[in-house]
Design a protein around this ligand. Structure first.
Ligand code: GTQ
Ligand code: FE2
Length: 351
């Protein structure tokens, strides 16, 4: 005799369904799984395929009318629009010369990684920073932000936001900055350009006015590519590459030494030509940008061949390894900071 009488259990399930309860023994295996049951799949968004459609978007709508002119990415095994990993979104944003993307703020944290262009700006809580390819920008929770382009070329970057997580938490808020006399929602610049880099971005900090370490995000709004890339170059000259990661550095909050944002950590890594990484997996999801070089990432049974500005995702618990045919640089960001405080984060080598 079976330990569970399925027919009678189903009769009970049907009888109690109107009371909004379920016999747990019928669903326990789906709720408490032996290993993570991950719906998201590995996927690569090709820069070459997407870039022309950004131009089409520019013909269709202005940055101001769109609020943000973004082709936002969704995992092919989609839960809802914008979820690339379980908790993170990514999208390609374009801003043309002379345009302004108006000021707003939201509970969702954001990062940007600059892919094309030179000299468009972001203003974050009164601080302006000019952006160049490879720069990494933070736009923390509830900070006023707007973008503009005073250069003569389009600028394109990858946005990364934690809004799938904030939705899951039922905690999303946003607000729009007041409209100015010129009809545009634009915050005024309150500090010197790159003020946060001067104060916190050079292994020093002001002796007065240091943000409380209980504040959850980095005071630095721009981590320059020139600085990060040069550091990796030096590591390459002194250290053997790590078998999984090559040479890898984390962008940190200089006040706490922790992740740049409460929900997002971010990295830049260098892989030598001919690198064949060991496979590993972890419970956080990762979104990558191929910055330089060429190679492929094998994730589960999927092979993702990448070249500069391609964006790809490795979901939770999916074994993956990087292979570089040329010397390559990868930018990545993850949702590990959401898991770590609760002790549920796991990682392991595979094979
Ligand atoms: O640049 O402020 O991709 O608010 C999605 C929401 C970018 C932004 C996105 C946003 C932004
Ligand atoms: Fe925003």
């Amino acid at each position: 005799m079976a330990a569970i009488d399925l027919a009678k259990s189903q009769t009970l399930a049907d009888a109690v369904a109107p009371l909004h309860v379920t016999p747990l023994w019928m669903v326990l295996g789906r709720l408490i799984t032996d290993e993570p049951d991950v719906p998201e799949v590995p996927y690569l968004w090709s820069w070459k395929a997407l870039r022309p459609w950004l131009e089409e978007a520019c013909r269709l709508i202005s940055a101001q009318d769109a609020e943000r002119r973004v082709l936002t990415m969704t995992n092919p095994a989609k839960r809802y629009t914008g979820a690339v990993t379980h908790y993170l979104n990514a999208g390609l944003q374009v801003i043309m010369p002379g345009e302004i993307a108006p000021t707003h703020r939201h509970v969702a944290n954001a990062i940007r990684f600059i892919m094309e262009g030179d000299g468009a700006y972001t203003v974050v809580d009164g601080e302006k920073t000019l952006m160049r390819r490879g720069d990494f920008i933070t736009t923390p929770i509830w900070s006023w932000h707007d973008h503009g382009n005073e250069s003569d070329k389009p600028m394109v970057w990858l946005d990364g936001l934690d809004f799938p997580f904030v939705h899951t938490a039922n905690a999303m808020f946003k607000s729009d900055y007041p409209v100015g006399p010129d009809g545009v929602r634009r915050q005024s610049v309150q500090r010197e350009d790159d003020d946060s880099i001067v104060r916190f971005g050079q292994s020093m900090r002001p002796t007065e006015g240091v943000p409380d370490s209980s504040r959850l995000y980095s005071p630095v709004i721009n981590y320059r590519y020139t600085t990060a890339r040069a550091a990796l170059e030096r590591l390459r000259n002194t250290d053997a590459p790590h078998p999984v990661e090559g040479w890898k550095l984390e962008y940190i909050n200089p006040v706490t030494g922790g992740s740049v944002l409460p929900t997002i950590d971010a990295f830049l890594q260098l892989l030598p030509a001919g690198f064949r990484g060991r496979s590993h997996r972890h419970t956080h999801g990762t979104i990558y940008v191929a910055v330089e070089g060429r190679g492929r990432t094998e994730a589960g049974n999927t092979i993702m061949e990448w070249e500069p500005n391609d964006v790809f995702v490795v979901p939770s618990w999916t074994p993956h390894r990087h292979i570089a045919t040329e010397e390559s640089v990868l930018f990545s960001f993850t949702d590990a900071p959401i898991q770590r405080p609760f002790g549920i984060h796991r990682e392991e080598l595979v094979g």
